[in-house]
Design a protein around this ligand. Structure first.
Ligand code: UDP
Length: 345
């Protein structure tokens, strides 16, 4: 059995896919989750996919004392992969304090408790939102970060700054920040996938819920951008590819290959697709005509984002393998399977 890894937010969308890849690589996983935006059912689903039931601790990481107590129980862990965070961009604009409190206290309390217990390795779930509206494409890790357009995005940028200071102050601490582009898709089993609370903010779950009859129609936010077909371009990445990158990052820490105490990597495919191309791919893969309407731009959206992926390729030995159709096919299969077995809306 390999090392013990604490995965905060391990019942969530990206966390649960990462737990599966960790178990496949023989890591002993302990999930910390407050279940505020996820379900404990996920643990059974992970067990049915992998044959291993991860240890589960229900923890609210905003509670510093409880966080310390639970981390103390697992002080033999090698490191922490920190996913736990609120992530709805629009909601963060309405409730900025909730976002700063939740996302930053969780980070600070986890860092404090792990440091006190001698757990010196950390992988952070960051986002391409820290690049704001980039001046050049593809975006390399050296592109200057900008103030993100939402409090959610700003918590990611601030978290990276906290990690930078923390890793400078404590030389035995090592961290890797992974900047995700647009994760979509689901596990091939159809057992786990993206299940946003309420009305989805993101394109992919909105498309699959519309096709499933839960939403009436997709609003396409603007077709007057300076792009090939006028709709914004993003770098969509399969969540399973993304999950595998976390395992690669973990091996980099285990093998002590880091060149700096805090390293940062983009996680994307390097290919940009427009909203219309995503819709076309969905219609092709599913055979369903999607009900959509072009409406005005969504404030804060930038025209184009896609990653330079060389650094992750060279230093982590990781490259995304799955294409857009595979991402969309898996998302659609998950949506159908989920809707067939539940009455939840
Ligand atoms: N989008 C859209 N309708 C929706 C949700 C998203 O047209 O209901 C567009 C959005 O304008 C952006 C792209 O889809 O160009 C991806 O948006 P998403 O919220 O999924 O990710 P973001 O890149 O904003 O983090």
């Amino acid at each position: 059995m390999n090392k013990k890894i604490i995965v905060t937010g391990g019942c969530g969308y990206i966390g649960s896919h990462t737990v599966i890849e960790l178990i496949k690589n023989n890591f002993q996983v302990v999930i910390f989750d407050d279940l505020s935006n996820s379900s404990q059912d996920t643990i059974g689903r992970i067990e049915s996919i992998t044959g291993v039931r991860p240890v589960f601790e229900q923890v609210d990481l905003k509670d510093v004392n409880h966080t310390s107590q639970v981390i103390l129980k697992h002080k033999n862990a090698f490191g922490v992969i920190h996913f736990a965070a609120h992530k709805a961009v629009g909601e963060s604009v309405q409730k900025p304090l909730d976002y700063y409190q939740n996302n930053l206290y969780s980070l600070l309390n986890t860092l404090k408790a792990q440091h006190e217990n001698g757990i010196q390795n950390f992988i952070f779930s960051s986002s391409a939102t820290v690049y704001g509206n980039p001046k050049s494409l593809p975006i390399t890790e050296n592109n200057q970060t900008q103030r993100p357009f939402s409090p959610y995005g700003n918590t990611k940028k601030m978290a990276e700054e906290i990690l930078e200071d923390f890793s400078k102050a404590y030389t035995d601490f090592s961290a890797i920040s992974l900047r995700y582009f647009n994760p979509i898709g689901a596990h091939e089993s159809g057992e786990i996938g993206e299940l946003p609370n309420g009305i989805p903010n993101n394109l992919m779950p909105y498309i699959t819920q519309t096709a499933a009859g839960i939403r009436e129609k997709l609003m396409v936010f603007g077709n007057d951008y300076d792009t090939t077909d006028g709709t914004p371009i993003r770098d969509y990445i399969h969540v399973v590819d993304l999950a595998k990158a976390h395992v690669k990052a973990l091996f980099r820490l285990i093998e002590n290959k880091q060149e700096q105490a805090l390293e940062t990597f983009n996680l994307g495919t390097g290919n940009g697709f427009s909203v219309m191309e995503v819709i076309e791919s969905f219609e092709r893969v599913s055979g369903i005509k999607l009900n959509y309407e072009i409406v005005g731009r969504r404030p804060g959206d930038v025209p184009q984002l896609f990653a330079a992926t060389d650094l992750a390729h060279h230093k982590l030995g990781w490259k995304a393998e799955l294409g857009l159709d595979e991402m969309i096919d898996s998302a659609w299969r998950w949506e159908q399977k989920y809707r067939a077995t539940t009455t939840a809306k």
